[in-house]
Every structure is written in C-alpha cells, then in structure tokens.
Design a protein around this ligand. Structure first.
Ligand code: HEC
Length: 140
C-alpha cells in the first residue's frame, strides 16, 4: 500500500492538470449511500486522531475498529441493490476499500493493547486507503 501511495503522489501534478482518474459509474442511490458513508468516515478519522492526541489509545482503537475497521463492513447490505456502493464498483476499487478496512483493523488491534508508540507507527493505516482510492477513482 505504501509503494502505491508514493507512486500516486508522484502522479499528483498530472492529476491536477487534467482529471485522469478512472470514472466509476454508480447508480444515484449508491452514490448517495457512499457520500453519507464518506462523511461518517471523515468524522471517524478525526475522532480517532483526537483520542490518540489525548492519550486515550485503547479508546482510539475501539472507535477505529467499530467505525472504520472490518467491523464497519457491510453497512449497506440490507439496502436495495441500487443503493449498495460495493457491488457497483470496479473490483480493484472495491479491493482498495476492503484493504482499507483491514489496515484500520491492524491499527485498532495494536491500539487496543494501549501501546501508544506502536499505535502511532500504524496511524497512517487510517488514511492510506482514503488517499489511494480518491487519487485513482471518481464517480462523476
Ligand atoms: C474505495 C474507494 C474509497 C475509499 C477507500 C474512500 N473513499 Fe471517500 N469517496 C470515494 C468516492 C467515489 C467519493 C465520491 C462520492 C460521490 O459520488 O459523491 C468519495 C467522497 C468522499 C468525501 C466527500 C463527501 C461529499 O461531501 O461529497 C469525503 C469527505 C471522503 N470521501 C472521505 C473519505 C475518507 C476520510 C476515507 C478514508 C477513511 C475515504 N473517503 C475512503 C471513494 C472512496
């Protein structure tokens, strides 16, 4: 994942000049579900960072697992097919999302032990997939 991010950062000037990201066509209801999930993601990342800054490492791990980790997968499962983002994504895009949940769970498992230094070393696991997906895909 790290190598991918570095490669993407080198590409960033080209991305800004012209939007070369791959277009993922999602049905409107799926796009709406995704946007709501994304806003929740943003709040969750901020919450985890704030808890880490306050030295509440175990709480940070618990919040990360519940809101962004593997425990947070399948939120849209009970919605109509059209409103579920996952199945409408290109497989590689969906893969970035699932790898992101796994990466957060790795951070969460360490943070839940209360080991602050090890948890800080894994902090980039929280945002690597956000960057990876946003630099590669757009929905409009
Ligand atoms: C698998 C791909 C993927 C991953 C991983 C991902 N996003 Fe997104 N995100 C998207 C797409 C696609 C959109 C555009 C949705 C739309 O059509 O409005 C988006 C939109 C957003 C938006 C804008 C919402 C709005 O107001 O329109 C925010 C904020 C955001 N993402 C935050 C995050 C954060 C934080 C993470 C990581 C915790 C993350 N995203 C991970 C694909 C992804």
């Amino acid at each position: 994942m790290k190598a991918l991010i570095i490669a993407l950062l080198f590409m960033s000037t080209a991305v800004f000049a012209e939007d070369t990201r791959q277009l993922a066509k999602l049905p409107a209801p799926a796009q709406e579900s995704l946007r709501q999930e994304m806003l929740d993601n943003l709040v969750a990342v901020n919450e985890v960072l704030s808890l880490m800054a306050e030295g509440k490492v175990k709480e940070a791990g618990e919040a990360a697992e519940a809101k962004l980790g593997m425990s947070a997968m399948g939120k849209h499962r009970s919605k109509p097919f059209d409103a579920r983002p996952g199945p409408h994504m290109p497989p590689a895009m969906h893969g970035i999302g699932m790898d992101g949940h796994k990466a957060v769970s790795e951070f969460a498992a360490v943070a839940k032990t209360g080991d602050r230094d090890k948890a800080i070393a894994l902090l980039p696991n929280l945002t690597a997939a956000c960057v990876g997906c946003h630099f590669s895909y757009r929905t409009r």
